[in-house]
Design a protein around this ligand. Structure first.
Ligand SMILES: Nc1ncnc2c1ncn2[C@@H]1O[C@H](COP(=O)(O)OP(=O)(O)O)[C@@H](O)[C@H]1O
Ligand SMILES: [Mg+2]
Length: 154
C-alpha cells in the first residue's frame, strides 16, 4: 500500500487510521531518513489510541518511551544504536511480544532482533512537505491489519 502525503497532518492521519485496528502484541517497524515523518506517524497512532500526542517525541537519551492509552504504546527510537550493535540487555522481547503495541523508529538497525512478523512502514522525502509512505505486511496478522488500513483509505 502506497500513500503520498502533502502535509504532516496527513501522515499522522494514516497513523490514526492504523491505531483503530491495533491489537496487543502488534509491532510496527518504521524506516526512513531523519525528517521523513516517523515520529509524526507515531503521534498519529498515539492520538488514535487516545493518549496525548504532545507527549510523543523521539526518545533522545533513552531508546524507548512508554505511553498509556487504549493500549500501552512502546515507542522505540534506535537512531543512537550503532548498526549491528547488540540489542541484548534492552529487554526488547518483553515489550515486543507484550500487552501493548510497539513502534520502532530506525527499525533497520534491529539486525538479528528483527521480529519474524510485522507491519513495516517505509517513509521517503519527496521535497518540501511531500512524503511517500509504503506499508508492507509480513505474516498473516499483519496482512489482515493492512487490509483494514486499506479499507479506511478507500
Ligand atoms: N507530509 C509530511 N509528513 C510528515 N511530516 C512532514 C510532512 N511535511 C512536512 N513534515 C515535517 O517533517 C518533519 C518530520 O519530522 P519527524 O516526524 O520527527 O521525522 P523523523 O521521526 O522521521 O525524523 C516535521 O517537522 C514535520 O512537520
Ligand atoms: Mg523521529
Amino acid at each position: 500500500m502506497k500513500i503520498t502525503t502533502r502535509k504532516p497532518q496527513e501522515t499522522s492521519a494514516v497513523g490514526k487510521a492504523l491505531a483503530r485496528h491495533l491489537q496487543p502484541g502488534d509491532i510496527i517497524l518504521l524506516v526512513g531518513d531523519l525528517g521523513s515523518g516517523k515520529t509524526t506517524f507515531v503521534k498519529g497512532v498515539a492520538a488514535g489510541l487516545r493518549l496525548k500526542p504532545d507527549a510523543v517525541h523521539s526518545p533522545t537519551f533513552v531508546l524507548m518511551n512508554i505511553y498509556e492509552g487504549r493500549l500501552p504504546l512502546f515507542h522505540f527510537d534506535l537512531y543512537r544504536l550503532d548498526p549491528g550493535e547488540q540489542m541484548n540487555g534492552l529487554g526488547l522481547d518483553e515489550f515486543l511480544y507484550g500487552d501493548g503495541v510497539a513502534l520502532v523508529e530506525w527499525a533497520d538497525r534491529m539486525g538479528g532482533w528483527t521480529p519474524r512478523e510485522y507491519l513495516r512502514l517505509d517513509l521517503t522525502h519527496g521535497g518540501e512537505e511531500k512524503r511517500t509512505l509504503v506499508l508492507k505486511a509480513k505474516g498473516a496478522r499483519y496482512r489482515q491489519l493492512l487490509e483494514n488500513v486499506k479499507a479506511a483509505f478507500r
